[in-house]
Write a protein of this length. Sequence first.
Lengths: 306, 306, 252, 252
Amino acid sequence: MEGLDVRIGSLSLKNPVLLASGCVGYGEEIGRFIDLSAIGGIVVKGLYMKPRIGNPPPRIWETPSGMLNSIGLSGIGIHAFIQEKLPLLRETGATVIVNVCGETENEYEEVSRVCDATDGIHALELNISCPNIKENGRCPGMNRDATFSLVSRIRKATKKPLIAKLSPNITDIASIAQSAEEAGADAVSLINTLLGMAIDIETGETRTATGMGGLSGPAIRPVAVRMVYQVARTVSIPVIGMGGISTWRDAIEFFMAGAGAIQIGTTNFINPHVSIEILNGIQDYLVSRRQKLADIIGCCHIGPRR
Amino acid sequence: MEGLDVRIGSLSLKNPVLLASGCVGYGEEIGRFIDLSAIGGIVVKGLYMKPRIGNPPPRIWETPSGMLNSIGLSGIGIHAFIQEKLPLLRETGATVIVNVCGETENEYEEVSRVCDATDGIHALELNISCPNIKENGRCPGMNRDATFSLVSRIRKATKKPLIAKLSPNITDIASIAQSAEEAGADAVSLINTLLGMAIDIETGETRTATGMGGLSGPAIRPVAVRMVYQVARTVSIPVIGMGGISTWRDAIEFFMAGAGAIQIGTTNFINPHVSIEILNGIQDYLVSRRQKLADIIGCCHIGPRR
Amino acid sequence: MAHYLAARVISVEPLKSYVRLTLEAPSIAAEMRPGQFVMVSASPEAFLARPFSIAHVDGDRISIVFQAVGCGTDWLVALRPGNTTKVLGPLGNGFCLGDGDHPVIVAGGRGIAPFYDLVRRISHLSPVLFYGGRTKEQIVEPEYFERFCDRLVITTEDGSAGRQGFLTDPLADYLQKNTPPVIYGCGPHAMLHRVAELADGIRTEFSMEARMACGFGICIGCVIPAGESGYRRVCIDGPIFGAKDIRWKDLT
Amino acid sequence: MAHYLAARVISVEPLKSYVRLTLEAPSIAAEMRPGQFVMVSASPEAFLARPFSIAHVDGDRISIVFQAVGCGTDWLVALRPGNTTKVLGPLGNGFCLGDGDHPVIVAGGRGIAPFYDLVRRISHLSPVLFYGGRTKEQIVEPEYFERFCDRLVITTEDGSAGRQGFLTDPLADYLQKNTPPVIYGCGPHAMLHRVAELADGIRTEFSMEARMACGFGICIGCVIPAGESGYRRVCIDGPIFGAKDIRWKDLT
Ligand SMILES: Cc1cc2nc3c(=O)[nH]c(=O)nc-3n(C[C@H](O)[C@H](O)[C@H](O)COP(=O)(O)OP(=O)(O)OC[C@H]3O[C@@H](n4cnc5c(N)ncnc54)[C@H](O)[C@@H]3O)c2cc1C
Ligand SMILES: Cc1cc2nc3c(=O)[nH]c(=O)nc-3n(C[C@H](O)[C@H](O)[C@H](O)COP(=O)(O)OP(=O)(O)OC[C@H]3O[C@@H](n4cnc5c(N)ncnc54)[C@H](O)[C@@H]3O)c2cc1C
Ligand SMILES: Cc1cc2nc3c(=O)[nH]c(=O)nc-3n(C[C@H](O)[C@H](O)[C@H](O)COP(=O)(O)O)c2cc1C
Ligand SMILES: Cc1cc2nc3c(=O)[nH]c(=O)nc-3n(C[C@H](O)[C@H](O)[C@H](O)COP(=O)(O)O)c2cc1C
Ligand code: FES
Ligand code: FES
């Protein structure tokens, strides 16, 4: 279908449906269910320089209409990714976005430089928002200055499209988005998981080994839609929305709130075909209303029209 | 049952189960279903000096395992409450807590002084966190200084137990709780609703007339448990926990996270008897484990015990 | 007094465009007045309960007649005898039963629901029922209503049953020649608004709708613009309102 | 290849402490190997799907044998023929079928599930099954297993069926006198750990459990400590592991 393509900086996505980081590994397993070249792109699991074993189990817990995870950015490291996984991904024809992580600004920059130098990596999503790291769940994305400083530095390290992925665990997400824009990000993506916790009342143990975990799934969707709305009214770069999208209807809500593209995370766990189903649903909706994607982005209206 | 009583400043609650503000009106209608003297207390709907008609409809929308509301602190005003509703409430023998609101610090203070001077109002819960007011959902509870200044002022206006009700729409809830404690609050209660939004994809209209609304119900429980945990580790005054409690098991989670008492909100809408059922469940749990409430408060443990 | 109970499903019957769900709910059946409603816990997927007018009462049983329009009602349709569902009720003020002859009843589509019980109870007053739908699929069980009414005027927009057009047309004719003691109404708000204009001076008892969270007055979510200014709760101040209490222009 | 489909419920049968759910899932039935599992979408209330070993395959049908322990399994018990539920599978590596005689199978409680299909497929090798439970209510269909096994040793903790005690006692005796080509195991991790100690040198194929979100490798949520260091995903690197690959002391 025409009119579904989306621009993120110099990158053109063939459609606005992306797979969210951490919810589709490096594409291998999900690629057995869907044609990765049919969707807008895949954001691979967060990568540091080195491999990381991640947090001890238990790592997941189901919650009402959602789940907590404490995977802890387990991953194979950027070099192993490029050697072992990227070739397979390139064969599928997928648009590949690397979710860039770092324990220090230096590490973020190193990973970014490697990505910048590697063919077949189309864009970088800077994970300034992973809530599972130490320090009571803190991350650079909780602070305007830290965001500005990190994004500016990475902006200098790569010419590839740069997306800043924002944390929802903050008072004013629009101001963080603004910092990212001022620092040169080509787009912002949101939301990462909400910090949450659950406790086993038989033992008193937290349900994830690290105590806190990241809450995702439909439970958080109203918060995500609200934040996308607030950010889209504030910045002029594209906004990539996510958080609890499980049907094409949910996707339309995000577009109306102001998202130019969306990512599907947790729902892939339950239905590996869901991203394709959502893409088809978006197309049918637009066709039936004779609209283009651009017509509905940000079209929402506060309260009933009289 | 013994060992269930809870102290909040000079006030002794007979048990730790309270009804949350905005979810039980002024007690009249819920009082037809349950004996209000059997539970720890009732926090009435937020009150300003003057009556307020509240926001236009639609005011509510269902979300996955939760709901959005945009009631807009509709209410009869503190004087009408005292004349028309309080006498009935006093007859029931309920412990009555007024949720104090204000558009300005002055108004908060005025309402507090009236409460202070009125017999039958046992404590004040200062609503520094209502997210439905204008300004993009902002409230005093989003800022340390505003919290300190408001709580200090109200502290001078009343000798009655003073509870500060915190907003979850912030980066660091523990630091806000700390400000409230430093300013003299006898307890903190949390969480108020998360800011959320939903959009009708047929019309583009937001599902509540004001655009944003407050998200409550089981969907937000993991966020609430996490915040109670963070706050309880930081302050030494009692923490009153709430957010999506729908069974006694949920209540135990909050106690283990560090809450000394709990409030039941949205679940009253679905089952008007639920607060009594939860109270009974807590009692049975403690009896079966031969524990007192105090034994489990804050007993949770990060990750599996080895 | 309202009761909250786990009600056993007795039957689920298709009624053209609608479905009748019959539940065993003795305490609700015993106390219910026409025009009152129940909150039915729709499904684990639907978080809040859903409001439905009580249509029939028969011994220990109550029925609701509803249209499947979303996840909650879809789930109700899939219930089977032996399942249970939570029910809260009876709720709301209910109709005031007058004593004048030939009261008029105006029902649009699924707005027929509360009148099943009403016509039975006021049949001695020889009510006149104006019953409209889009097609004949929305006109359910006319024979039932004929039994209890003096006259039954049916309209459909496509003419597939009764007179073609809106029910407000024959109603307008009728009101030119007759002055009923009261007009009972239930249906889309736009229809009720038009009936309110026609009613002019006649006492009205309209059943209003709003999205509800609790159904018994504690959430203040179900308000409609009513009175001089401000709002009233449909669930407890209503659902039955006099037309002149509603600020129709402010209704969304 | 794994398939995701809406499977029709054929039957739900109580099996003492457990329940057998039979589903029509042709593509899964056609490709499944013993030891593989399916993710079953449990209910609208349970957000994630739940993993269950595939017990039987029969034509187009698969069965799972499970214990009701929470909201998801409770919902599965309440399913009725004609309902449908989403199923994803077959998943996981499955058992390696060896070719030596008298392979040993060790099943604790509901750990019997994956062996329904295995014993049928390796009956020509005359397997020896050690089957333990807390009470006789946990020992289901011994006659079925007798048909396919050379020997069936049953133990219960309360002595209500077979020998009283833990199944590791007769197993220890057996392994003193025999050296089977392989030990297949499924059951509580504590039991498997003990079996691992007894196995010493014998090849093992243990079916491990972990909480799962996806069941096919993409969430990295279902890890257990395995190998020299680090973790392995139970759903895709397993669920069948050699005992010596597991770091038993790090298992929680
Ligand atoms: C007092 C009262 C009595 C009612 N009696 C009947 C009855 O006898 N028969 C009947 O078929 N329906 C009746 N309704 C409407 C019924 O409550 C809704 O159709 C039902 O809640 C829809 O639930 P759902 O989960 O299937 O739809 P949802 O998925 O929740 O929504 C589907 C559509 O229905 C609308 N809707 C949701 N809730 C309501 C509501 N409370 N009122 C109006 N529209 C709503 C939504 O905005 C949406 O457009 C009554 C409503 C009220 C307030
Ligand atoms: C590969 C694999 C195969 C399995 N095969 C079977 C089988 O054939 N028969 C059977 O009865 N069960 C089997 N299980 C366990 C089964 O998945 C759980 O009993 C089920 O998920 C519980 O769901 P629930 O919603 O009823 O319980 P919940 O309400 O989710 O939880 C109830 C209790 O079960 C525990 N639990 C939840 N999920 C799992 C899990 N994935 N593994 C272990 N414990 C869990 C919880 O910690 C909790 O204590 C298998 C698990 C795995 C990983
Ligand atoms: C198991 C899991 C792992 C995740 N890992 C990452 C990650 O590595 N990097 C990242 O930026 N976001 C990660 N996320 C967040 C998701 O990309 C997404 O922002 C979030 O889950 C909200 O979307 P959803 O509700 O559709 O899942 C992870 C989420 C889950 C559930
Ligand atoms: C309809 C509604 C109205 C509310 N009104 C108030 C209010 O007036 N004052 C207040 O402090 N909190 C108010 N709240 C917030 C609740 O007291 C509670 O903090 C929140 O809903 C989380 O708890 P729950 O998930 O148990 O409902 C309201 C919540 C709801 C759902
Ligand atoms: S539905 Fe809650 S007040 Fe009417
Ligand atoms: S359950 Fe998701 S990786 Fe195993």
